[in-house]
Design a protein around this ligand. Structure first.
Ligand code: 6R9
Length: 674
């Protein structure tokens, strides 16, 4: 089998477009390879050079050194800096002072279809607002360096403002996605030991109001460390009941704070924690991924240049939610570090009409667009006219993120959205990596674009594809993606994972001795990486990361459920969707309502994004003789591929049952999963 055949095979691609005469191609793959090689040979100097392009209060003395625990590294040791200073003060000292930083658009529209609310914040506006909020945090809420807070915030400008205000005074924050349930919020708040939860009275999503305050109220019942809930008025309504013992409005705290108050940015150590972001793993509760200050700033600075080629006249739009790492890095800190003008949108992509996104691109003249394959596939179903009726000719660069991009989605972005002019990349990275590590680099003008690949590893990044034994596989062969050297932006000191250095090591380093991403990948003869998807029990549902283990734990916590197994099944739009098989307890009521009840339970325990597409009640799960649930078999059934060897199975009848349940559903709905 030729190399390209095996890649096609692995990715199930019928077609791959290789744009050899790409406009952004200045030099060939060979030149990139030697450039990349040099960056690795002079690894420390290379990263030091990138880091020194930022403004440091105090230069670092050491580029990298091992931390207290194995595989934890301290980057730019001795250096002092502050992200709030880099994103704001640095810009307002110069000509960017009155440059637009954020153009925000709320979801609700007027009768004529125009947005009801937009807010335009210049760098100076942001700077003033952040200083006032930082003052409130420090002087009125008594927060100081090293304290922890939680944000449970929707997509309104106060979220980046809170993040920058916390960063300004060295307060560690975690932002919890506003679609998560009270229970998911509570577990993150408790793990971090947050003193306050900041949330909005509510927000708009697809024409409905989501009352985040009510969810936060429920969450704090089990969070003893929380002193108060600080509310941000988004709905503007007076109907939100507040209890002065439990709640305070940020607005009120700001009332008597001078408009020109200045809070000096803390001179933080490069190794100080900026934030903790919780993400799903294969076992146990969500993991608190630590990001440091100096390394994180460096990877973001580098990737804004190399990957996004950010220029001062660009209008940049990343469509993610700030609740996920993409929003942290590429809505808040990355673009603001780069002094960009960016769009921030509150609501659903297709509300009130399927052209909302394309109308936003036209109305603000967006030039750089960062989005996800799931969103593209959802739009593809709605027809092309919603896109073509808008003038998208301002766009010059498009990237996607979150999951592998399929050829049809790539083509749609390239031809329809980008008009055949714009490079369309697929940037690979993870919550754990802090920033993009594998991508085309239009800003370096070094690599020819190849459709559908992630691209070569960025300069200074050493990635490898290995087999079970950690031995590199030949080009064109599927293996596991590992990152062989530490990189700036990696999980930060002191423990990599918040409060759990052992788990940090066992999850990422025990298998290969190097950082294991959890992904399958192929490297081609040009050295480009094609990430194929997760090799473990982590799902990417509509690009959102969800652990099957979290879902299973939630299901077995229900009084009716004895056992549960959750797998990912292929889905045309969302890429993957959870499917659950449950064995009920003997005394559980035999009722068709059980499924509905369990769905509701998942929504309450985790959030609507984790709701299984189907829940099957079976009498037993396929297990090995040692009692391990054979998810491989269940996945094969759901994907319609060969089941393979089942000789290790404890009871073959269980397979038949799972298969029958699945087929019955297929018959009922007539075709694809759903
Ligand atoms: C940024 C983000 C990480 C997982 C990662 C991989 C998948 C992300 C990808 C991609 C193929 C891309 N992934 N980008 N797969 N091509 N361009 O998504 O972080 O939520 O932590 O997920 O997402 O499987 O391991 P996170």
């Amino acid at each position: 089998m030729s190399q390209s055949e095996s890649i096609r095979d692995a990715l199930n691609f019928e077609e791959r477009i290789v744009l050899d005469n790409w406009a952004h191609r200045n030099v060939g793959v060979e030149d990139y390879r030697s450039f990349h090689q040099k960056s690795l040979e002079k690894f420390e100097e290379f990263w030091a050079g990138v880091a020194r392009e930022l403004e440091w209060f105090k230069d670092f003395e050491k580029i990298i050194e091992p931390g207290e625990y194995p595989n934890v590294y301290r980057w730019f040791v001795g250096g002092r800096l502050n992200l709030s200073h880099l994103c704001l003060d640095r810009h307002v000292k110069g000509w960017r002072k009155n440059k637009v930083a954020i153009i925000w658009e709320g979801e609700p529209v007027k009768e004529n279809g125009e947005p009801q609310e937009t807010r335009v914040l210049t760098y100076y506006d942001l700077y003033r607002y952040v200083n006032r909020v930082a003052y409130v945090l420090r002087e009125k809420l008594g927060l100081k360096k090293g304290d922890r807070v939680a944000f449970y915030m929707p997509m309104i400008p106060e979220l980046p403002i809170l993040m920058l205000a916390a960063a300004r005074i060295g307060v560690i924050f975690t932002q919890v996605f506003s679609g998560f349930s009270a229970e998911a919020l509570a577990s993150r708040v408790s793990d971090l030991g947050a003193k306050y939860i900041f949330t909005a009275d509510g927000y708009y999503r697809r024409g409905r109001i989501v009352r985040t305050k009510e969810i936060a109220d429920k969450a704090v019942e089990t969070c003893p460390t929380v002193e108060k809930i600080v509310l941000i008025r988004r709905l503007g309504s007076t109907e939100t009941p507040v209890d002065p013992a439990k709640h305070v409005y940020l607005e009120e705290l700001l009332e008597d704070v001078k408009s020109n108050v200045y809070v000096k940015p803390e001179e933080l150590e490069s190794t100080d924690i900026l934030y903790v972001l919780y993400t799903s793993g294969t076992t146990g509760k969500p993991k608190g991924i630590i990001h440091d200050t100096g390394g994180y700033a460096t990877i973001l600075h580098a990737t804004m240049k190399w990957v996004f080629d950010m220029r001062d006249d660009d209008v940049y739009w990343c469509t993610a939610d700030i609740g996920w790492v993409t929003g942290h890095s590429y809505i808040v800190f990355g673009p603001l570090l780069a002094g960009a003008t960016e769009i921030m949108y509150e609501g659903a992509p297709d509300f009130p009409a399927p052209d909302r996104w394309w109308s936003i691109i036209e109305r603000y003249g967006v030039t750089i667009f960062y989005t996800s394959p799931t969103a593209v596939r959802a739009f593809m179903r709605l027809g092309t006219e919603h896109v073509t009726k808008h003038d998208l000719s301002t766009l010059r660069l498009i990237h996607s993120v979150g999951e592998p991009i399929n050829p049809a989605a790539w083509r749609w972005l390239f031809e329809l959205v980008g008009g055949g002019r714009c490079p369309v990349g697929s940037t690979w990275w993870m919550t754990e990596t802090g920033g993009i590590l594998i991508s085309h680099t239009p800003g370096l003008k070094l690599v020819p674009l190849k459709a559908g690949t992630n691209g070569p590893p960025l300069p200074g990044i050493e990635a490898e594809v290995v087999n079970e034994d950690g031995v590199p596989v030949p080009n064109g062969v599927k293996g596991y993606l590992i990152i062989k050297r530490p990189w700036p932006g990696m999980l930060g000191p002191p423990t990599g994972m918040y409060g759990d250095p052992e788990r940090y090591n066992s999850v990422y380093f025990s298998r290969f001795g190097y950082f294991f991403t959890g992904d399958y990948a192929i490297r081609d003869n040009d050295g480009y990486i094609w990430v194929l998807g997760r090799s473990d029990e982590v799902l990417k549902v509509a690009g959102h990361r969800i652990g099957t283990y979290e879902l299973e734990s939630a299901l077995v916590a229900h009084p009716y459920v004895a056992e549960a197994a959750v797998i990912g099944a292929p889905d045309e739009v969302k890429g993957e969707v959870p499917i659950a098989y449950v064995v009920l307890k003997a005394d559980a009521p035999a009722s068709a309502k059980v499924q509905e009840e369990l769905r509701k339970w998942i929504r309450e325990r985790i959030g609507a994004i984790a709701e299984p597409k189907s829940i099957f009640v079976v009498s037993k799960l396929p297990k090995t003789r040692s009692g391990k649930i054979m998810r491989r078999i269940m996945r094969a059934l759901a994907a319609g591929t060969a089941i393979g060897d089942i000789t290790t199975l404890e009871d073959e009848a269980a397979v038949e049952e799972v298969k029958a349940a699945y087929e019955a559903l297929m018959k009922e709905i007539g075709g694809k999963t759903g």
